[in-house]
Design a protein around this ligand. Structure first.
Ligand SMILES: [Zn+2]
Length: 282
């Protein structure tokens, strides 16, 4: 069932688990939803702008909306990292139930104005909004640029949430986007301070590759949604290698080509659900 983010994130906050949030393309949607259903976990399926270009705006959210209506677990259709208000308008019109507006590279006051403008577009249509304060750096996708990490300042949190009206807040506590070159050390002390002052649930970007014990420590201390993509792409690559290494006939069946990828992705999705204490929550 398709839902916005508010209710499931407040349940996560009250019960100290985190909802897994996966960036995806069409080929991953069925595997992710069937695995979430099998584990009875709420889930975010997130779309990135490069995957929405052209017909992507019709195909990807269209597929997720229809598929979500077949499943009993709550599914949030979320736009990840919108950098301009035009994308927020488009997402609301395309039936997204949740959006992220990323003004994290802007100075505080500009981030407030930019985020507030997104909230004014999304809230009248029942769409929840995530924003980012501080900056989660790293490198991820072609065309996306992230700078250096800037840890979130606890003194800014209450003011930011009150002035913007956002529903959740992505914070910077030491994770980075993409694949780590050296393992991160999360600032759990900082997270505790942020969670103590934040009126809304906290979100962690750069969940892939972060050591499991640190992820669980973050969940225990207030993280309610964790974004995961690089680990999914690594699984996809592994599955592709497996398929390519078998003696494919000239006219392979779709299952022979895509099956190993689906299995690898399903294993990662299942492991993340369990890691975040999200199983049997739906
Ligand atoms: Zn992110």
């Amino acid at each position: 069932m398709l839902v916005n983010a508010k209710e499931i994130l407040s349940d996560a906050r009250a019960n100290q688990y985190a909802v897994p949030a996966f960036d995806c393309v069409e080929e991953m949607v069925r595997t992710m939803l069937e695995t979430a259903e099998e584990r009875r976990a709420p889930v975010f399926l997130m779309c990135l702008l490069p995957d929405l270009v052209g017909n992507g705006w019709a195909y990807l959210p269209g597929l997720i909306r229809i598929a979500a209506s077949h499943h009993r677990v709550p599914v949030v259709l979320h736009l990840d990292h919108a950098m301009e208000l035009e994308s927020i308008k488009r997402a609301v019109d395309a039936g997204f139930t949740s959006v992220m507006i990323d003004g994290s590279k802007l100075p505080f006051e500009e981030n407030v104005r930019f985020t507030k403008a997104a909230v004014d577009i999304a809230h009248p249509r029942g769409v929840s909004v995530e924003a980012e304060l501080g900056h989660v750096g790293g490198s991820d996708l072609e065309g996306s640029t992230y700078g250096e990490n800037v840890l979130t300042d606890p003194d800014e949190v209450t003011r930011f949430v009150e002035q913007t009206g956002v529903d959740s807040l992505a914070v910077s506590i030491g994770t980075s986007h993409g694949v780590y070159k050296s393992l991160p050390t999360l600032s759990i002390g900082r997270l505790k301070q942020l969670n103590h002052v934040s009126p809304v649930p906290l979100v962690l970007h750069g969940g892939s590759g972060t050591p499991d014990d640190q992820v669980q420590e973050a969940v225990r201390n207030g993280i309610c949604k964790i974004n995961i993509y690089a680990d999914i792409r690594i699984a996809m690559g592994r599955g592709l290698h497996t398929a390519a290494a078998t003696q494919l006939r000239e006219d392979p069946l779709p299952q022979e080509v895509f099956g190993p990828m689906r299995e690898e992705i399903s294993d990662v999705v299942r492991a993340k659900i369990d890691l975040l204490f999200a199983a049997n929550r739906a």
